[in-house]
Design a protein. Sequence first.
Lengths: 315, 279
Amino acid sequence: MADVIKKATRESYGEALRDLAEEYKDLVVLDADLAAATKTGIFKKAYPDRFFDCGIAEANMMGVAAGLAACGKIPFASTFAMFAAGRAFEIVRNSIGYPHLNVKIGATHAGISVGEDGATHQCNEDIALMRTIPGMTIINPCDDVEARAAVKAALDFNGPVYMRFGRLAVPVINDAATYKFELGKGVVMKDGSDITIAATGLMVNEALEAAKTLEAEGISARVVNIHTIKPLDKELICKCAKETGVIVTAEEHSIIGGLGSAVAEAVTECCPVPVVKIGVNDEFGHSGPAVDLLKEFGLSAENIANKAREAVKLK
Amino acid sequence: MDKAKKTELQKLACKARMGVIEGTFNAKSGHPGGSLSICDTLTYLYFSKMNVDAKNPEDPDRDRFVLSKGHTAPALYSVLALKGYFPEEEIKSLRHIGALLQGHPCIHIPGVDMSSGSLGQGISSACGMALAGKLNGKSYKVYTVLGDGEIEEGQVWEAAMFAAHKKLDNLVAVVDNNGLQIDGPISEVCSPEPITDKFAAFGWHVITMDAHDFDDIERAFSEASSVSGKPVVIVQKSTKGKGVSFMENQVSWHGSAPNAEQYAQAMSELSAQLKELED
């Protein structure tokens, strides 16, 4: 087996911005004193005249992004998820969402895998918050290939987009040569008939690993990658509900308001089947190495397999 | 300013004030006090200063305006209607279900450059527009009007820092210093004073202005146009409720609409002022 290449999606974000800047002349990047961490520093180095550090002032940065978009620029407002979706929520809602401006929000350091910085910086609520804003598109890519494609898709889409990237290096599971990103469309990564595991972000790889374990035990698990959480691919989710009869969701986010909630909301309308949610339970995180935290909070292939074994019994 | 021009602006401002009363009366809600205090400034901007054309509201070269103190939308709507962006009749359905004119400015209304009204946000949008102007090599100016209570919002000072640091000399902010906010005098609620010193300390070029004297308004905006290398703030001394005797300097008129009797009296006073200007 070839060595697994690992890369943090924040790195992919910074590189994609740099690589797309030549083609998209209106692309500009804003950051709030975190360029080294969000990796927009990669863009800044290549295009210093199109990079604007707003200082530690996320509310103003979102408003500036709105004004830039109102005048034809395509701003990528970049900071940690905690500050993009959390601190600046109301500016994102009123100055970007309500006028439906063409602002792209690059939110890095999402989820528990922020690691040692601890609970104040581990944002497990951003998807829930952003989902409530009418017209907001939310993308949570699973690896380097998908993250780069997501940035391009956001550029080609006219409207506000929230993109979620991670700090931790994660396995590259898609093939750059053949990968195609379609906004709002889930991807069946592995077919199966007994259960569907709908995963997003770094949990997609865990779901694939869990499916292998389950396969060996005679449970045929379908793995669906939901990179676009809003608008949700309801058609695919409902098809999976009908064909497999039970769904496990897996996300590095609170079980309240994220992918699990979105999937549950969808199936209750089209095909009510049990939905078992894996995510951060209703609690805060704490400091520790990211890989250990992921295990501790049940964001692992092992836990997905455990939950899936129980879930198939609910059918 | 020559006398004919001044009289013309005074008449338009008076009509704008009538629109504020008409709109808030029919809406049975809204914010007449702070709307009346900015009517002269908005009239001057739209009829004597800004490069805008109601027939081409999306012109990329136009000057921009953001009403950061968005609750005073009746003043903006009245001036936009007078300018021809939409029929004056629309004022009567302000805040009604299905109406064009929303309670706070909405970008989808002709002539409105930015949705606003959640206080402190408009100035950041204006900064973004000014930055876009620089990046796009455009010579347009961006104007924004804030309330003196509004500047208690921390975001205003984030924006103030940003504008000065980025040398946005194509940005002119007006602070409507009528001295009153919903809970009372700004000096008693959580004083933002001294306003001029604060903006100066943040690196802005500061101008003070009498908000109800067109000669002084012209002087202030002319000075603003001559500044380079810095954003400009005009702190305008204004009278909340200006033009309607019983509303002037009364905090109670911040966010309540006139009843039928008060409407009649206000319109009668403003009609008399207009007639005097027309004679």
